[in-house]
Design a binder for this molecule. Structure first.
Ligand code: GLU
Length: 423
């Protein structure tokens, strides 16, 4: 058995959905469709077959990808995902989202994404390390601190980033911490990076609440996905007085009318591996969670969760897209018609890459900043981008996703225009 990364209908749909929102932005913004054609395909796709010896000594082959979409605004940047369903269309769509996300936040980066089709939950630590090191070895000629800088994504973490850094550094014959972000703090990682994505999601949620006149204190929140993004978004919103009434993970969902105690829930999840069985909470289905009568819904897991059918039944007034691509294009249209304020993924999930940017800057300068400094800088960038988005909404009379995508795409188009095509 091995991870094959085979084409999937879901991956294809996801890619189509990303392309359709980019195309819409080009049309609304009146930018050259030649540039759309250029951005419709990644600049480079690397597919590797990653062989490792498993715990029994057998050779197993995993398929890995690194898709480099655009480096018009800076070195490629984006995470690496370990998931059984990883496939080329999905990774391509995610690489594209990184390009638009970095441009939306005015970060000096392009967009890339990587992935290995494997199930980390069934692998030993040694197997994970072997996969990571061999995969890094196989993409080492296309990454680098000024070329392409990987980071964590679904089911990868600081430990995986440490292996990537070490493998790359050994190949180069010197320490290169700036080749990867999201490292452990004691190995050149940044304070605040681990919580950065969830923190950023909480910041823009607060801004949306302010815009819509919903007090954060007492606001009812449901979070789908209680991994790195969902748990820290919950923690930061709860610290502002919001009531996190429901959360889910891959095993199921839980609900508590009075709000869940997030710190305790985080340690419950750490010790038992799931949010299920949390004292005082009742079990519900994920379907119920998405349709709960809440003020704020945060999809913080994977793509394609808010379909047309779900969108028709959502009761939340604000959706914060903490995941990449959680809403399908059909779902997105329904939400817009129903007047739900959706903070698009390229902003709501951008706290992570913004934290990564500051980690990279610290590494290059051999500096180490305190957590408060890093979080304040992330907050400033997220709020600026939120305000840019709302101004553009008024100017163009469009919804938040279209507005921010227009801004992002126009920044990239301007750069392509000035650079031209060479040779
Ligand atoms: N994987 C995260 C994302 O999707 C972080 C990427 C990064 O830090 O480069 O935005």
């Amino acid at each position: 058995m091995s991870g094959k990364g085979e084409a999937s209908p879901d991956g294809k749909l996801f890619l189509e959905s990303v392309l359709s929102s980019v195309k819409r932005a080009f049309e609304i913004g009146g930018m050259s469709m030649d540039f759309y054609e250029l951005l419709k395909v990644p600049k480079r796709i690397v597919t590797v077959s990653v062989p490792i010896k498993d715990r029994k000594g057998n050779i197993v082959i995993y398929t890995g990808f690194r898709v480099q979409h655009s480096d018009v605004l800076g070195p490629y940047k984006g995470g690496i995902r370990y998931h059984p369903k990883v496939n080329l269309d999905e990774v391509t769509a995610l690489a594209m989202l990184m390009t638009y996300k970095c441009a939306a936040l005015s970060l000096p980066f392009g967009g890339a994404k990587g992935g290995v089709a494997c199930d980390p939950k069934t692998l030993t630590v040694e197997e994970l390390e072997r996969i990571t090191r061999r995969y890094t070895h196989m993409i080492s000629n296309v990454i680098g601190p000024f070329v392409d800088i990987p980071a964590p994504d679904v089911y990868t973490d600081a430990r995986v980033m440490a292996w990537i850094m070490d493998t790359y550094s050994q190949l180069m014959g010197r320490q290169v911490p700036e080749v990867v972000t999201g490292k452990p703090v004691y190995l050149g990682g940044s304070e605040g990076r681990e919580e950065a994505t969830g923190f950023g999601a909480a910041v823009v949620t607060r801004e949306a609440c302010r815009l819509l006149g919903i007090p954060v204190k007492g606001a009812r929140v449901a979070i789908q996905g209680f991994g790195n993004v969902g748990s820290y978004a919950a923690l930061h919103l709860a610290s502002q007085g919001a009531k996190i009434v429901a959360v889910s993970d891959s095993k199921g969902a839980i609900y508590s009318k009075d709000g869940l105690y997030i710190e305790r829930l985080m340690s419950h999840k750490k010790s038992t591996g799931t949010v299920l069985g949390f004292p005082g909470a009742t079990q519900i289905s994920e379907h119920e969670l998405l349709q709960l009568d809440v003020d704020i819904l945060i999809p913080a897991a994977i793509e394609g969760v808010i379909t047309k059918e779900v969108a028709e039944r959502v009761k939340a007034k604000i959706i914060t897209e903490g995941a990449n691509g959680p809403t399908t294009s059909e779902g997105s249209l329904v939400l817009q018609e129903r007047g739900v304020f959706v903070i698009p993924d390229i902003l709501a999930s951008a706290g992570g890459v913004t934290g990564s940017y500051f980690e990279w800057v610290q590494n290059l300068q051999r500096e180490h900043w305190p957590r408060e400094v890093v979080l304040n800088k992330i907050e400033e960038k997220m709020v600026k981008s939120f305000n840019d988005m709302t101004n553009e909404m008024k100017k163009l009379e469009v919804g938040p996703r279209d507005a921010l995508m227009v801004l992002s795409v126009s920044r990239i188009s301007t750069a392509i225009q000035s650079l031209g095509i060479w040779p």
